[in-house]
Design a protein around this ligand. Structure first.
Ligand SMILES: [Zn+2]
Ligand SMILES: [Zn+2]
Length: 274
C-alpha cells in the first residue's frame, strides 16, 4: 500500500561528521522520492563537542539547511532540526548550544555510554553474553534518564545497540527483561507530551527491522502515546525517504491514525491515508 503525505523527519547533510551530501542535494532526492515534509537533523553528539568540531558544524548545518529551505519552498516543506546525542551527559553545553538558533525539531539520541565509543564501534566478538547484557542494562538506563531530561521533541531509535549486537554480530538477546524500563520510558515521554520515533534505517541494514519494532510502537500506543515521528536516518541521497512508507504501515498496524512532524517544536498531525 502506498501512503500519501510522506514525512521523513531524520536525515543528515555533509555538516554531520558522517554525512555526504548538501541539504539541496538531499532536498532534490526528497522531491524525487515524492515526500511532502522533511526535517534535517545533523548530528550534535555533545560529548564529542571538540572532536566533532560542533561549534563550526552547527553553523554550516543551519546555514545550508535554511538556504535549501528557501530554494525548495514551492516544492517541499523543509524544516530545520538537530539530532542531539547524549544531551544528558553535558546538559549545560547542550542548552547553551541549542539557544543559538530557533530549531523546529530536536531529536534526542543515545549513541554511546559515558566516556565510551559509539555502539557501532564496539567489538562484540569476544564479549560474554553477560557483558552484552551489561551494556544493554546501561543503555536502557541512559534512555530512561534521557526521557526524564526531556530536552527533545522525539525520542530516537530506541534499541539502537541491537543494530550492531543482533544485526551485525548475530548475537541473540532476549529483550523481555527490559519491558519494565521501556514502559517507564514510554510513560515519561507521554507525560511530557513528547514523541517516539520510528527509525526506518534498520530496514535497509542487517537487522532488517525498524528501531523500535512494531511491538514497541503498539505498547507506546496502548500506554496513551499519540505523537509518533518517522525518519529514514538517511546519510546518502539514495536513502532519503527509504522505508518511510513501511514506517507509515507500522504506525497504522500499531494503532495510530496520525503521524507527526514538528514546526517550532509544535506537533502537526498528518493523517495516515492511502
Ligand atoms: Zn542517531
Ligand atoms: Zn541520525
Amino acid at each position: 500500500m502506498a501512503y500519501k503525505n510522506l514525512t521523513d523527519l531524520h536525515m543528515h547533510t555533509s555538516s554531520s561528521f558522517d554525512g555526504h551530501y548538501s541539504a539541496a542535494e538531499m532536498c532534490e532526492a526528497a522531491v524525487n522520492a515524492g515526500l511532502s515534509v522533511i526535517t534535517f537533523t545533523d548530528h550534535f553528539d555533545v560529548d564529542f563537542f571538540e572532536e566533532h568540531r560542533l561549534s563550526e558544524r552547527q553553523v554550516t548545518s543551519y546555514e545550508d539547511v535554511v538556504s535549501a529551505q528557501a530554494a525548495f519552498a514551492d516544492k517541499l516543506k523543509v524544516l530545520v532540526g538537530i539530532e542531539v546525542g547524549q544531551g544528558t551527559y553535558e546538559p549545560e553545553l547542550t542548552k547553551k548550544s541549542l539557544e543559538k538558533y530557533e530549531y523546529d525539531f530536536i531529536i534526542g539520541s543515545i549513541h554511546n555510554l559515558r566516556k565510551t565509543p559509539d555502539f557501532c564501534e564496539l567489538d562484540y566478538t569476544n564479549m560474554t553474553l553477560d557483558e552484552v547484557y551489561g551494556l544493554l542494562d546501561k543503555y536502557f538506563e541512559e534512555m530512561h534518564l534521557l526521557a526524564k531530561w526531556n530536552g527533545f521533541d522525539t525520542l530516537a531509535h530506541l534499541t539502537y545497540p541491537l543494530r550492531y549486537i543482533m544485526g551485525n554480530y548475530g548475537i541473540k538477546v532476549d529483550l523481555k527483561k527490559y519491558d519494565g524500563i521501556v514502559e517507564e520510558i514510554f510513560k515519561t515521554v507521554i507525560n511530557n507530551g513528547k514523541a517516539l520515533e520510528i527509525n526506518t534505517s534498520g530496514l535497509r541494514q542487517k537487522i532488517g527491522v525498524t528501531m523500535p519494532t512494531v511491538d514497541y510502537v503498539r505498547r507506546f500506543r496502548e500506554l496513551g502515546g499519540e505523537l509518533l515521528t518517522i525518519g529514514s536516518d538517511a546519510h546518502f541521497t539514495e536513502h532519503v525517504g527509504a522505508g518511510i512508507n513501511e514506517g507509515f504501515a507500522i504506525a497504522k498496524a500499531a494503532g495510530f491514525e496520525y503521524v507527526t512532524y514538528f514546526e517550532k517544536h509544535k506537533p502537526v498531525m498528518v493523517k495516515i491515508t492511502v
